[in-house]
Design a protein around this ligand. Structure first.
Ligand code: C5P
Length: 296
């Protein structure tokens, strides 16, 4: 095989609980990932010159070593002494730095793709070990499952065998939000409210198992009521205009509305494609980037 095409999907976090800050600076969390059908596309072509070349038309995506796709390829070359090269064409459809895991998904797709193209024979567990050094969300995309629970840094993945497919409307404001800044603001707000540096950061327990149970029953109205993201206050603190966006969607009276990951993307759960299209149409009058997406 000389060429390969892979889709690189995005994700939503239906639930994100931040438990405590770990000694390594990361936060221990519990999250419920959903893979959605908003996808980037990657085309791989094996070359003999050992070089990694990235083609990408997106103005905010670097083509050199700063790109996670480049990093993933270079990591495999270094680790396994690979002399082959690769030309990768990355077609971006997922908004960048939007809490949708686009870059992490691209890194995962590159690990999965080059494992085939360079015939490395690595297991998913081995690819996950490499992937988590590039980002906490990368192992979820290596799992290639529609639904999963992420624990620890969000990088320990338990795939769920759920048949449920949900429809969503997703609004992505033109703001770049950096995960590190959001966790920084989260920590600062906890310190100012508790006054204790080392205190546990948990809210009253929201049990991810309840959400999984309700997902299994495909109880859309209840799913909406169980969406939650502990980073919301920090996201809104950094970008106060985002609370208006969430309020506007809430006013449409369609059940739960939630930020995905570290934001700024906001999504809701709707009953059907028809309802999703109607909601999207009304939101497009106010926002440029509105997507109808489904579990993938
Ligand atoms: O792992 P990732 O590259 O996505 O993380 C970006 C930043 O987000 C980290 O450097 C860290 O500041 C913060 N983070 C965290 N706890 C996590 C995941 C990310 O504090 N579980």
């Amino acid at each position: 095989m000389k060429r390969l095409r892979l889709l690189s999907p995005a994700k939503l976090n239906l639930l994100l609980k931040v438990n405590f800050k770990r000694p390594d600076g990361y936060h221990d969390l519990t999250t419920l990932f959903e893979r959605i059908d908003l996808c980037d596309e990657l085309f791989f072509e094996r070359t003999k010159d050992g070089r990694i070349t990235i083609d990408c038309q997106h103005p905010h995506v670097p083509r050199g070593p700063g790109n996670l796709v480049y990093k993933a390829a270079a990591l495999l070359q270094d680790k396994f002494g690979i002399c082959q090269g690769v030309r990768i064409n990355l077609k971006k459809n997922i908004p960048v730095a939007a809490g949708l895991g686009g870059g992490s998904g691209n890194a995962a797709a590159t690990l999965l793709g080059l494992n085939q193209l360079w015939k490395l024979g690595l297991s998913k567990a081995q690819l996950m070990t490499l992937g988590r050094t590039m980002g906490s969300d990368v192992p979820f995309f290596i799992a290639q499952s529609s639904w999963a629970v992420g624990t620890q840094r969000g990088d320990q993945i338990q795939s769920l065998s759920l048949k449920t497919k949900l429809w969503h409307v997703l609004v992505v404001p033109r703001l770049k939000v950096h995960t590190k800044d959001v966790f920084g603001a989260f920590l600062a707000s906890k310190k100012s409210t508790t006054g204790a540096r080392t205190k546990m950061l948990t809210k009253p327990k929201v049990n991810v198992n309840i959400l999984i149970h309700v997902l299994r029953k495909n109880d859309v109205p209840r799913i909406g009521t169980l969406l939650s993201n502990d980073l919301e206050t920090a996201i809104v603190k950094l970008h106060p205009q985002l609370s208006k966006l969430k309020e506007k969607i809430e006013k449409l009276d369609i059940g739960g509305v939630c930020f995905s990951g570290s934001g700024p993307s906001v999504f809701c759960v709707v009953r059907s494609q028809k309802q999703a299209r109607a909601v999207a149409q009304s939101l497009r009058r106010m926002y440029a980037r509105v997507f109808v997406v489904r579990t993938y």
